[in-house]
Design a protein around this ligand. Structure first.
Ligand code: 9D3
Length: 232
C-alpha cells in the first residue's frame, strides 16, 4: 500500500509513523508513506498558501491552487488510482469499518487542512471522502491523518505479530446480538498491589468461570460507558 499525505506540517509525521507497528510494517515492505508539503506548490514568491475568507470572519482559508497542484503532482508519481480523503471537522465520523475498507485499497491520499479550513471549491474538485475523527476541536488534520494511518496499517496482513491478531475483526468482543463490546479489565502479577487483589475468579483455574466473568464485565462496562454501542 502507498499512502500520500499533503500537509503544511510535514515534519510532524515521521516521528509518529516511524515508531511501533507502522514503522515495523514499513520495514517489512507492507506500506510506504510519502509526506508532501503543500507550501512547495505555492505559486507566489512568499509561499503564501492561505488567504482571508470572503464574507469576513476570523482566521485564514487554505487556497485552492496549491492544494490542487499538490494533489495532481503527487498522484502522477504512481500509476495506481488513489482513494482521496480530506480530514475536516465537517467529515463523516471515522470508524473501524472505514479503516477496514481503506486497508483493502492499494493507494490512499490524505489531505490535512490547517487554519479555519480549505476553500470549498478545491474540496469539490478533489471529490474526496471527508472524514472527522471525533467531536472535539484540533488545530489541524495532521493528527487525524496519523490516527487514520495507524488504524489502517495495523490491519494490513502481516502487520501484527501472531499473538496480536486477536485484535482482528472476527476476534473482537461481541454482545448477545453481535454488537461490538468494550473489552474486559486485564490483570497481571503481582496478585495483590497496594492492597488491591486480582479478582478471585481469574486465579481459580476454572476456565469456564473466567470466560463467563469476562463476558459479564464486557457487557456491564459497555452498558455503563457506551450504551450507544448496544442500541444505536
Ligand atoms: C468554528 C469553526 N471550527 C470548525 C469546527 C473551525 C475549525 C476548527 C479546527 C477548523 C479547522 C480545525 C482543524 N481541525 C481539523 O482540521 C480536523 C479535525 C478536528 O478538529 N476534529 C476532529 N477531526 C478532525 S479532522 C480534521
Amino acid at each position: 500500500m502507498r499512502i500520500d499525505v499533503l500537509t503544511l506540517f510535514p515534519e510532524m509525521f515521521e516521528p509518529v509513523l516511524g515508531a511501533s507497528i507502522c514503522g515495523r510494517a514499513r520495514a517489512a515492505g507492507l506500506v510506504d508513506w510519502h509526506i508532501t508539503n503543500i507550501r512547495d506548490f505555492a505559486d507566489n514568491k512568499h509561499a503564501k498558501v492561505d488567504d482571508r475568507p470572503f464574507g469576513g470572519g476570523p482566521g485564514m482559508v487554505m487556497m485552492c491552487q496549491p492544494v490542487w497542484d499538490a494533489v495532481q503532482a503527487v498522484e502522477a508519481l504512481d500509476a495506481r488510482r488513489a482513494r482521496r480523503i480530506v480530514l475536516t471537522p465537517q467529515g463523516r465520523p471515522f470508524t473501524q469499518a472505514i479503516a477496514e475498507e481503506l486497508s483493502r485499497d492499494e493507494r490512499v491520499l490524505l489531505v490535512a487542512g490547517h487554519y479555519e479550513g480549505i476553500d470549498e471549491r478545491v474540496i469539490e474538485a478533489i471529490e474526496p471522502l471527508e472524514i472527522s475523527v471525533g467531536d472535539f476541536v484540533l488545530s489541524g488534520g495532521e493528527l487525524p491523518a496519523m490516527l487514520m494511518i495507524d488504524a489502517i496499517v495495523r490491519l494490513l496482513p502481516g502487520a501484527l505479530g501472531h499473538q496480536d491478531s486477536a485484535a482482528e475483526d472476527s476476534f473482537m468482543p461481541r454482545g448477545p446480538a453481535g454488537q461490538r463490546l468494550l473489552d474486559c479489565p486485564h490483570y497481571t502479577r503481582p496478585r495483590e498491589w497496594q492492597g488491591r487483589p486480582v479478582p478471585e475468579v481469574l486465579i481459580s483455574g476454572d476456565h469456564g468461570a473466567v470466560e463467563r466473568w469476562r463476558a459479564e464485565q464486557m457487557l456491564a462496562r459497555t452498558k455503563a460507558r457506551r450504551p450507544d454501542l448496544l442500541d444505536p
